[in-house]
Design a protein around this ligand. Structure first.
Ligand code: ADP
Length: 271
């Protein structure tokens, strides 16, 4: 088991007058190599959940164990960050170095790798993320929106984590940018065999990409199972507040797409 969450509860502003319970009774096991989609309305606890998974947040109740290391063990925080990379929403806001190279190199340098190893890693992730070499000496602020996003993701991948968590990685990108990011994520999963956890508000993206779906609702796990079960069950989606008005139309489109591109494996008879 790679990530294990046992009876986890997380409260913001703990022991202050502003306490806000964000998650409760969370029990989850994530195995190496899974591709998991996390969906849920705004405020349902998605971002809190993933920050608990790499130890950025630590639960007040329960335990989060990553590859055998309890996230409460502060001395081992670096080891956890090395294993679980978290790409925040709009990660480009966190670019801060003078050059693209320095930004991508920051993570592995911080982990203590030699300069040669850092160079090798930067080169490798740039190839994967289609970041041309001539951009490396530019300021990140000179780049286009899609390029900035890819540079920010490269900074996380350069640490070579076994598990990559992405919080709405395509937010604000155009269709071309979205396709590019999704094809990179698919390669990370299929070719590099990474464990991927993807937060998305798009049911369609989750249905296309992920195998397992976790639905959060009001800080609790409302559903955890296969995407087939999740998307077949209109009641389930409706109760989680996830239904666009025309869910049947959406389901229909997903099925058709699956049939056409042979990725979403509904049987066409059901349409
Ligand atoms: P989501 O990612 O699904 O939108 P979040 O994990 O961001 O949900 O938030 C879960 C709950 O915790 C929400 O009610 C939100 O208002 C609250 N929350 C999130 N961050 C903070 C914070 N820094 N301080 C207080 N409450 C917070």
């Amino acid at each position: 088991m790679f990530i294990e969450m046992k009876n986890v509860e997380f409260i913001y502003g703990y022991k202050t007058p502003f306490e806000k319970k964000a998650l409760e009774n969370i029990n989850l096991s994530i195995t190496n190599g899974e591709f998991i989609g996390i969906i849920g309305k705004t405020g349902s606890g998605k971002s809190t959940l993933v920050q608990l998974m790499n130890g950025l947040l630590v639960p007040q109740i329960g335990d989060v164990v990553v590859d055998g290391i309890n996230t409460k063990d502060k001395k081992r925080a670096k080891e956890i960050r090395k294993r679980v990379g978290l790409v925040f929403q709009y990660p480009e806001y966190q670019l801060f170095e003078e050059t693209v190279y320095k930004d991508i190199a920051f993570g592995p340098q911080n982990l203590g790798f030699s300069e040669d190893e850092v160079k090798r890693r930067v080169k490798e992730v740039c190839e994967l993320l289609e970041i041309p070499q001539q951009l490396l000496e530019k300021s990140p602020f000179e780049l286009s929106g899609g390029q900035k996003r890819r540079v920010a993701i490269a900074g996380i991948l350069a640490m070579d984590p076994e598990c990559i968590i992405l919080d709405e990685p395509t937010a604000g990108l155009d269709m071309r940018g979205r396709k590019r990011i999704f094809s990179i994520i698919e390669r990370l999963h299929k070719e590099a065999k990474k464990t991927i956890i993807l937060i998305s508000h798009s049911l369609e993206d989750v249905a296309m990409l992920c195998d397992r779906v976790i639905i959060l609702n009001k800080g609790k796990i409302h559903f955890d199972g296969s995407k087939h079960q999740a998307f077949e069950n209109v009641n389930l989606l409706e109760k989680s507040g996830l239904l666009p008005p025309d869910i049947l139309y959406l389901q229909h489109r997903l099925k058709l797409k699956g049939f056409k591109i042979d990725r979403f494996e509904y049987s066409i008879e059901k349409v």
